[in-house]
Structures are given as C-alpha cells and as structure tokens.
Write a protein that binds this ligand. Structure first.
Ligand code: UN1
Length: 507
C-alpha cells in the first residue's frame, strides 16, 4: 500500500490539525477498517474538546489576517492546491477507493472534482462581484459588496470523503473565510491525507496557521460546531436527520447553515426515450458507488407501454454486474461502507417485501472468497407502489424501485411525491415532454436532467436540492454567495442630506 506512505499516513495519526501543525489529543483512538477487505488500515486520535478549542482559537486568529489578503492572492493558494492534487491524484484516488469502497475510477473521479473546483475557485477569486444600484437621491451612490463571514464549519459525509470538503473549502477560502473540517469518522484517513496535501502548500506560501483546520471527531464535535456562535456558517452534508439537528441548532443562534442532505432521486422513462441511454443512465445511477451517493437513482418511473421491456432489460443488465474489490477495475460494484450499512440494506429489503414489494432482481449479502469484509451486497430491483413508506425513504444502498405510469403529469406527480428533492431526470427525445419536466409544473428538485442520469453532476452548476434535501447550494454558479455576507453601501457625495422616500425633516 505505497499510497498510504505517499500521502503521509502513519499507523497512528493525530486527528486535529490547525493547518501546518498537528495537535496532540487525549481523545479516543479509532481504527479505520477498509470495507474492501476488512483490514485495519491505520488509526486516528479523535479530537477532544481541547483539540476543538485549539482549532477554533487558531481559526479566529487566522481570519483576522487571511481576510486582508487580496482575493486573487488567496486564489493563487488554491491554484497551488490544485497543482498538488494533480500530483497526488493517483494515490489519493486509491486511498478514497480503499477506505470508502467506491471503484477506483470513481475514486480518481472524486479527486478530479477537487481539481476542477480548485480551477473554478481560482477564477472566482477575481469575480466576487456585487451590483451597483441607481440611487433615488441626487449626489448619492449605491452599491453592494461581499465580505467574508469568518469561520466556515464543514461537516462532510463518508460517501464523498474528499470532494465535498473541497467544494466548500476552496470556495470559502477564496471568499476570505477560514475553515474547520469535521469529516465522517468512517473515513478519517482521507481527510488526513488532504490536510497533508494542503499543509505543504500553506507552509510554502506562508498562509497563516489556522486557515485550514481539521477536527476528526464524532457526533459530539458536530454538535459543538452547530452550537458555536464563533462559527457563522456551518455547511453540512449527510442524512436529513443529521441536517435537521444541525439546521435547528445553527438557526437557534442565528447562524447560517448550508445543508446538502438526503435524496430520493427518480428517472422518468417515457415512450419516446432512447432506451439504450436510459438503461446506462439508470444502471449507473442505481449501482454506482454501490448506491451510496446522495444523487443515486432510487426510483424508476416507467411508461406502461415500455414497462415490460425496461424490466427485462434491467434484469439482463443486473445479471452482468460484477461485484467485488473496487480496486480491481473489472468490477462494477464495490462494498457498502460498513456492516451497519449492510444491516440497513437488509432491513429495507424486508420492509419493502412487507409493504408489498415484488423483487424482480433479488438482493442479498455476499459471503466467501473476496467478500470477507461482510460489506458486499447484491444490487436489487423491486416493483413497488410509489407511496410505500420504504420507497419514500432514502436507504443508502443499491436498491432500485420501479413503478409504471400512464401519463406524464402523473409521472411528475409521483416523482415529486417524496419528501426529498435533490436530483431528477427524464429520458425522452420528445421536446414537449422534456420541457414540461423542466417547467414550473415539472420536477421540484434542485437538479433536473434530460437524457442524463440523476448522479454525476458537474462542479460548474450549483449543487443541492429542495425540501428535506435542505435547500443549500454548493460548488458552482453563484453558490459562493453562501460563504459571504452582503453589505449594501449608500454614499452621499452631495452638500445636502436628502432623506429617502421624500421624507422631510427640517430643523
Ligand atoms: C454526494 O453524494 O453527496 O453528482 C455528492 C454526483 C457527484 C456528487 C455527489 N458529483 O453524483
């Protein structure tokens, strides 16, 4: 495993860093096991309350200096991080794949997303534009400008152990913020590797200590961050349940939160679909990352006239899936993150059966040669009714629900009938169908695609969704605005003091 060495991972690693320096901790030691082969990779000292306090104090201090760096200079730092990531892409992708369990291609793809967001953020560092308005008063000028917020708290999930952090941190940094990152304790080594990569750059460019803090910890650290008034923005990725708790705690102290939570994404396949494209989109969407993306395709809503054809093609496609070690590029599907996730998968299958689901591709946990970790499961497909409680729930596993529809309005209603609102797509060559799906009466999701599956969004667009997905937007477009505060400035350069709205106040 020479990638561990290349990324600076030791047998024992500190879990708290203020950028260049690692902070000793009295916290619990957690081992990181690979879901690929069940082997112990390395261990990490979790952050305790003292480690957390050190990080917050350093971050506060660093912010005072970092916010004074011109934004394009901050962009230069991010550019250098992008260069370092290119150098480490191979090794970091391998670590992501080994520690998290996604395929090697997807591990490298995740690092590519990091590189891409660095490029995006570098350009953005010269484009943090505000508007100029026309004042209603003579001799007045009015405009708005954007200032950094301070500390951005980043809580990330296991499924994208490095990319989601980079979407947040690269933008937050060019905006002039400092960051405190609490990664998922299921994938601590990925975060430690990222911290080593950025530390090299930060040291060389003399970035103040405390701009990039890592706090590997459990739920207690997440709770501290959510309640901490010194952290004006908490960006959290994970389940809707976690996001609700974070959102409430942050709102209670009038902080800002950026929530990217559960999805329950559907593809509508219409009679005018190119079935080959629809199949590839659906199968990759459902089994890619073993069904553990927030953008995973969980529901297929298929027109009744092609329902049987789609079903039999899916059954055939699923019979060809190779499940096994994700570092072996022959395999399509790797393991789930841990045996707890396997348990949730098994329970969801049971619940689906109890609620009336008919499995056309059976699931099951795999044992034996190559499956020793106990984390490998069979992707499966069930015919369901759209309102089964299990169908309205996000299960982070490769379980695909399929259901028929008769007219497009009905299909859109089914698609929108779940509590989550992240990603959606329609497979059709019919312009009218596509445009209806994208119209105000169409998909209610943050992402709506045509002839593309629900997953694999590019970084250039704003990423996030509505309803229980939390409403936040990360990554591209103008998502940067979430990391800054807007200030409206009115300047009077006349010799009088006219009041707005024509009010007179004569002394
Ligand atoms: C996530 O699962 O939290 O769109 C993010 C995608 C990826 C990001 C997923 N670019 O599938």
């Amino acid at each position: 495993m020479d990638f561990l060495q290349k990324l600076g991972i030791d047998s024992y690693n500190q879990g708290v860093s203020t950028g260049v320096h690692w902070v000793g901790s009295e916290g619990e030691i957690i081992p990181s096991f690979s879901p690929v082969d069940g082997k112990h990779i390395a261990s990490v000292f979790l952050a305790d309350a003292n480690g957390y306090e050190t990080a917050v104090a350093k971050a506060q201090e660093a912010f005072k200096e970092w916010r004074l760096w011109p934004a394009p200079k901050r962009g230069e730092v991010v550019r250098e991080i992008g260069m370092k990531l290119r150098e480490h892409k191979h090794a970091l992708g391998q670590l992501v794949s080994y520690e998290m369990g996604k395929s090697l291609q997807e591990g490298w793809g995740e690092v590519q997303e990091m590189i891409d967001i660095c490029d995006f953020a570098v350009g953005l560092s010269r484009q943090l534009y505000g508007l100029t308005m026309q004042s209603e008063r003579a001799g007045h000028r009015m405009y708005e400008q954007w200032h950094p917020l301070g500390i951005t708290g980043i809580i990330s999930a296991f499924n994208f152990p490095v990319a989601v952090w980079s979407w947040n941190s690269m933008l937050a940094w060019v905006c002039g913020n400092v960051c405190i990152w609490k990664p998922s304790e299921k994938v601590p080594l990925c975060s430690i590797a990222c911290q080593h990569i950025t530390a090299e750059v930060f040291e060389r460019l003399q970035v103040p200590e405390g701009v990039s803090n890592l706090v590997v910890g459990g739920r207690d650290i997440g709770e501290l961050m959510a309640r901490d008034h010194r952290i004006p923005l908490v960006s959290a990725t994970g389940s809707s349940r976690m996001g609700k708790a974070v959102g409430i705690a942050v709102a209670e102290r009038f902080g800002k939160s950026l929530l990217e939570l559960g999805g329950n994404n559907a593809i509508i396949i219409t009679p005018d679909a190119d079935i080959d494209i629809a199949m590839t989109g659906a199968v990759f969407g459902a089994v890619g990352t073993a069904g553990q993306r927030c953008t995973t395709t969980r529901r297929l809503i298929v027109h009744s006239s092609i329902y049987e054809e789609v079903k039999s093609r899916l059954v055939r496609a699923y019979s060809q899936l190779r499940i096994g070690n994700p570092l072996n590029q022959e395999n399509h599907v790797g393991p789930l993150i841990d045996t707890m996730a396997v348990d949730m998968y098994s329970k969801a299958i049971e619940a689906c059966k109890d609620q009336g689901g008919n499995f056309i591709v059976e699931g099951g946990v795999l044992n034996g040669d190559g499956y020793e970790s106990g984390c490998y499961v069979k992707p499966c497909i069930a015919e369901v009714k759209p309102d089964y409680p299990i169908v309205c729930t996000e299960t982070f596993a490769p379980i695909l629900y399929i259901m028929p529809y008769n007219d497009l309005e009905e299909a859109i209603e089914i698609q929108n009938s779940v509590p989550q609102g992240l990603s959606s797509s329609i497979m059709t060559k019919n312009l009218r169908e596509a445009e209806l799906f994208l119209s105000q009466s169409g998909s209610d999701c943050g992402i709506a695609n045509v002839n593309i599956g629900t997953s694999g969004a590019e970084i250039g667009g704003a990423f996030g969704g509505e309803k229980e997905t939390g409403g936040g937007r990360e990554s591209g477009s103008d998502s940067w605005k979430a990391y800054m505060r807007r200030q409206t400035n009115t300047i009077n350069y006349s010799a009088k003091l006219p009041l707005a709205q024509g009010i007179r106040f004569d002394l």
